[in-house]
Structure formats: structure tokens, C-alpha cells
Write a protein that binds this ligand. Structure first.
Ligand code: SAM
Ligand code: FES
Length: 360
């Protein structure tokens, strides 16, 4: 190794130590941690991230039951397989009764958080969402309800919260306005999405934001901006996963994000926000058969097995080759629990609130 190489290597590891010690890094230093390709560096960072997550959450990995209740969406995001412009997507909606029976089955299987996710589907009025949230909370008062149904006005978010919803996931997608505009049609607004996140926080939700890794036109500077946004906004949850192309979208021919960059970011986010709830996502498991295990080893502490009825699973296709579209819920859980224990962690049957929201 030349003197210069030794210097570069030492510097990168020192930056990892600095990050793990909670010290502030400059934008250039964050970029250096993101890009460092020194042998052993990713493992070193992941080890630091695991130590931090274990301080707050021990070996627990929280399981969330994901119910994808509609794939109808009024939006036309360029990257998304269920965008309104995709005439080939086979559309479906679940009734309140169907959603409740998914929750009942999930409850029996041990889930204590239900995540209701869908496209922005105006069929579900505020009253319809309020009704389903209330019904879940009445049947299962010991469970948390997470909503992930996109951008709405503050009054609607408030109604859902008053009905008992605990958490809300709304990825910011990118913290750079120009980049946002390259990923979305003109009628969608970066400022409105950011306003929604602030509204959700003000109301009192546990809020999740996040971005796709390797989305088209994304640069290292954009990712640094995303990290800065997370540091400043301090969400309780951060959902990140690789961008994966869908064949019937304008980004069909783009390259997917990589597993290495996704797990590098998971470790960095864990170190920047030590107590954050951080999922190892299905998209990560889609680009690498061991993706979710690698995510957990990089500092993730949440997984979201699918509880949607098996006849609609194969229709919520945001990207190509999505995994777990054929299995029964019970099978998904068994598989997930096994994956978690194979890397030395434990599938936790608990609501799994953010530490700052735990009821004493
Ligand atoms: N409609 C809600 C919203 O906009 O927040 C929730 C559903 S939306 C499909 C959930 C997330 O899927 C998006 O925030 C986006 O980050 C992710 N997603 C969409 N298309 C994707 C793709 N091609 N690859 C990876 N992730 C994708
Ligand atoms: Fe609406 Fe993807 S475009 S969920």
C-alpha cells in the first residue's frame, strides 16, 4: 500500500469512528463515508451501527403486518408500477371487512402493528379510513395502526389520528426539489409532500420518511442532502430501499439501486439517528436473496411481512420481480423469523414503538 492509500484508508475509518461517536461530519466527509470502497469498511460501519441499535432495541426485530389494501392511485410517479398511467396494472381494492379479516388473522399470528398501505385512492374517503382505523382499534386495542396512504390535508391526518392511528409513513423520496421534479410529473409538488411531513409530526404521529436508493438521476450530493434532511427532521422511522425498475413505467430501462449502497445508508442512518425504527425492506430482499439479513446486520430493526390476501399479493407490483407475492401470511412469518434468527437476532412480538413514544 502506498503512503497515500494508507492515509485514505485511515481517514475513512476515522470518519466512521467520528460518526459512531455522534460527532458532526461535513458534507464532504459524509460523501466520503458513502463512497469509501476500502476493504472491510462496510463491515466496520455495520458493526458500529449494530452496537448502537442494540443499545436502544437489544436484539429485537419488530414485525409489522403489511396490508396493501388498494393498488389504485391517482398519481403518476414515473418510477412506480401502480401509477395511474399504467393501463396494464390489474387493479383491486379491499373492503373494510377484508382489511379487518387480514388484521384478525395477523393478530392470531402474533402481529401487534398493522400497516395499511395503498395508492392515493379517492374511493377511500376520510370517513372510510376513520371507520377502518376505529374498527381495528376496537378489535385489537393492544395494536398500533400505521397508515401509508400518501399526501392529504392536515384535517384528514388529524381525523385519522383522533380515530386512533399511531404512525404514518410518507417517504420524502428525495430532499432535493429539482431531483423530485425529475421523478414526478408537474402536478406533484415537493413542497406539499414536505408540508405533509411537518403536519404529521405536529399532530403527534410517529412519522416515517425515506427515499429510494439509486433512483434515476440521484447523485451523491442528493444522498448527502437526504441525510441532512433526516438529521434535521428527526423522523421516528426511516424507510429506504433500492429503486427497482418496473417494465411498464417511464423508468423501465433504468438501472436498479445496489445492495451495497442501501446497506451503507442503513448503517449511516442508524448512526445519525441512533434510536430510529429502520426497516430492512422487501425491495432490499428483491435485489439480493440475503438483502434483508444484510440489512439487519447493517443496523435495521424492523421487517414488514405481507398480510394481504394471497389473491391480491401479485397485483401490488411497484417494481419487477417483487418477492413474497405467492406465500401465505403464516409462511411469510415463519420464513422471516428464521431469517432474523439466522443472523443472531429475534423476531419480536410487540408493538415496537419508537423509544420516545413508549408508554411506561
Ligand atoms: N401512496 C403512498 C405514498 O405515496 O406514500 C404509499 C404507497 S407508495 C407505492 C410506497 C413507496 O414505494 C414509495 O414511497 C416509493 O418510495 C416506493 N416505490 C415506488 N416505486 C418503486 C420502485 N420502482 N422501486 C422501489 N421503490 C418504489
Ligand atoms: Fe401512487 Fe405509486 S404512483 S402509489
Amino acid at each position: 500500500m502506498t503512503a497515500q492509500e494508507t492515509y485514505k484508508r485511515t481517514l475513512a475509518f476515522e470518519l466512521a469512528d467520528k460518526l459512531a461517536a455522534g460527532k458532526e461530519l461535513s458534507d464532504d466527509e459524509l460523501a466520503c463515508v458513502l463512497l469509501c470502497d476500502q476493504p472491510g469498511f462496510g463491515d466496520y460501519l455495520a458493526e458500529k451501527a449494530r452496537a448502537v441499535r442494540e443499545q436502544y432495541y437489544g436484539k429485537d426485530v419488530y414485525m409489522r403486518g403489511l396490508i396493501e389494501f388498494t393498488n389504485i392511485c391517482k398519481n403518476n410517479c414515473y418510477y412506480c408500477g401502480i401509477r395511474s398511467g399504467n393501463a396494464k396494472a390489474e387493479r383491486y381494492r379491499l373492503s373494510e371487512e377484508q382489511i379487518l379479516s387480514c388484521c384478525d388473522a395477523g393478530y392470531e399470528l402474533g402481529f401487534r402493528t398493522f400497516v395499511l398501505q395503498g395508492g392515493e385512492d379517492p374511493h377511500y374517503t376520510d370517513d372510510a379510513i376513520v371507520s377502518v382505523v376505529r374498527a381495528i382499534k376496537e378489535r385489537h386495542p393492544d395494536c398500533a395502526v400505521t397508515l401509508s396512504i400518501g399526501e392529504l390535508e392536515k384535517e384528514s391526518y388529524q381525523k385519522f389520528f383522533d380515530a386512533g392511528a399511531d404512525r404514518y409513513l410518507l417517504r420524502h423520496e428525495t430532499a432535493d426539489k429539482e431531483h423530485y421534479e425529475m421523478l414526478h410529473p408537474a402536478e406533484m409538488s415537493f413542497d406539499h409532500r414536505m408540508q405533509c411531513l411537518r403536519d404529521l409530526k405536529e399532530i403527534g404521529y410517529q412519522v416515517g420518511c425515506g427515499m429510494m436508493v439509486g433512483s434515476p438521476y440521484q447523485t451523491t450530493e442528493h444522498l448527502v442532502k437526504d441525510l441532512r434532511f433526516l438529521q434535521e427532521f428527526r423522523p421516528e422511522m426511516v424507510g429506504i430501499g433500492p429503486f427497482i425498475p418496473h417494465h411498464d413505467t417511464p423508468f423501465a430501462d433504468r438501472e436498479a439501486g445496489t445492495v451495497d449502497m442501501t446497506i451503507r445508508l442503513l448503517s449511516m442512518i442508524r448512526l445519525l439517528l441512533p434510536d430510529v425504527l429502520l426497516p430492512a425492506t422487501t425491495a432490499l430482499g428483491t435485489i439480493d436473496p440475503m438483502g434483508r439479513e444484510k440489512g439487519i446486520l447493517a443496523g435495521a430493526n424492523v421487517v414488514m411481512p405481507n398480510l394481504s390476501p394471497s389473491d391480491v399479493r401479485g397485483k401490488y407490483l411497484l417494481y419487477d420481480n417483487k418477492i413474497c407475492t405467492g406465500d401465505e401470511a403464516a409462511e411469510c412469518i415463519r420464513c422471516m423469523a428464521m431469517r432474523i434468527s439466522s443472523v443472531g437476532y429475534e423476531a419480536a412480538v410487540a408493538r415496537g414503538d419508537h423509544v420516545s413514544f413508549r408508554m411506561q
